[in-house]
Design a protein around this ligand. Structure first.
Ligand code: PMP
Length: 360
């Protein structure tokens, strides 16, 4: 008898990240992982480099200065912030702390894949609620809440669909949940959204006892390699996360880079401006090539192919052969779609040109 993991673990299909290499191609165009094409702020890189003489020291386990910098720049309360090694770590910690065997973790049909993975890892049951129009559906979610539901995850905007739910919809979802269910609003792409009805959520976190907001430095701040995310929580959830996280879960280099990144508002502003310009341009070019570009408020766009799953798969392979890496969506239940990250102007022009050729 060999050692056996807890029930559920072997049901987990490991998360497969976006591809980063194409055989035989030297310069690949990487549009598969929703990274910031402008890279990080130069000030964040300098802060990271300045840490190199202190690699023998443990980091500040409480990430005090980083939490203060986040709170200061976004008018939040320092003591409600918990930092993690990417928001992925915080998703896993929340699920493990609040759900176990026999419990349910609710998320929306085409929601971010780490939610069902984290649920299974904790031995809990992931429950997917149907969406309307590739958008999280409040009634669909509420209809699936049972006495076993412990957490509800909503990515807003969602990856990979690029859709979002409004302030009114989010409030209605929260109102419909029992107080004992934790509502986790994952706002990895929040900075890119300019819609006036997009909910900021921090005030709901502060007024309710069962809402958590998740944020990341991987997208707008271009620091995906450093693994840095944070949660904005009710005090009781802060206490729980501080008990279950590793004592030094965020490296000092990540903390230093994060502090510089949140203070560099110019870099954030130019990343947003780049994205809105090129998201609109690229969506238009895809449509001209006969591909449906779904409306997106994120730093990526979902393309739906008229020829269905076989065509999407063929285009993915042909683009890879040309050194352009996009993301297949079969794992998200969207086999007829590919997701494209908004890259640099040069990358997107090359991608649009290749797509037009492949589709003609
Ligand atoms: N949430 C969503 C919706 C995401 O798309 C991602 C990144 N793919 C994450 C969380 C995790 O990001 P990170 O762990 O890099 O913070």
């Amino acid at each position: 008898m060999s050692p056996r993991p807890r029930p559920g673990i072997l049901d987990v299909a490991p998360y497969v990240g976006g591809e980063s290499k194409a055989a035989g191609v030297n310069r690949v165009i990487r549009l598969a992982s929703n990274e910031n094409p402008l890279g990080p702020s130069p000030l964040a890189v300098a802060a990271y480099e300045a840490e190199k003489s202190q690699l023998h020291r443990y980091p500040d386990g409480g990430a005090r200065e980083l939490r203060q910098a986040i709170a200061e720049t976004q008018s939040l309360q320092t003591d409600r912030i918990v930092c993690g090694a990417g928001s992925d770590e915080l998703i896993g910690l929340l699920v493990r702390a609040y759900a176990g065997q026999g419990d349910e973790v609710l998320y929306s049909e085409h929601g971010f894949l780490m939610y069902p993975i984290a649920a299974k890892t904790a031995g809990a049951t992931p429950v997917a609620a149907p969406e309307a129009n590739l958008t999280a559906d409040v009634d669909g979610l509420l209809a699936r809440v049972t006495e076993r539901t412990r957490l509800v995850f909503v990515a807003n905007p969602n990856n990979p669909t690029g859709s979002y739910i409004s302030e009114a919809a989010l409030r209605r979802l929260h109102k419909g949940l029992p107080d004992g269910v934790l509502l986790v609003v994952d706002m990895a792409y929040a900075e890119y959204v300019s819609a006036p009805d997009y909910p900021q959520v921090a005030d709901l976190v502060e007024s309710a006892g069962n809402v958590v907001m998740l944020r990341t430095f991987s997208k707008i701040h271009g620091l995906a390699a450093l693994r840095l995310g944070w949660a904005y929580c009710p005090p009781a959830v802060v206490d729980v996360l501080n008990r279950v996280r590793g004592p030094f879960n965020v490296s000092q280099a990540a903390q230093a880079a994060g502090i510089a990144a949140v203070r560099d508002r110019d870099h954030v502003t130019s990343s947003i401006a780049h994205n809105s310009k090129w998201l609109a341009w690229f969506s238009g070019e895809a449509a001209k090539a006969g591909i449906e570009a779904l409306p997106s408020v994120g730093n990526f766009v979902l393309l739906r192919f008229p020829g269905g799953g076989a065509q999407a798969e063929a285009v993915l392979a042909e683009m890879k052969r040309r050194g352009i890496l996009l993301r297949g969506m079969a794992g998200y239940g969207l086999p007829d779609c590919l997701r494209v990250t908004i890259g640099t102007e040069e990358e997107l022009r090359a991608t649009a040109e290749a797509l037009a050729e492949v589709m003609s």
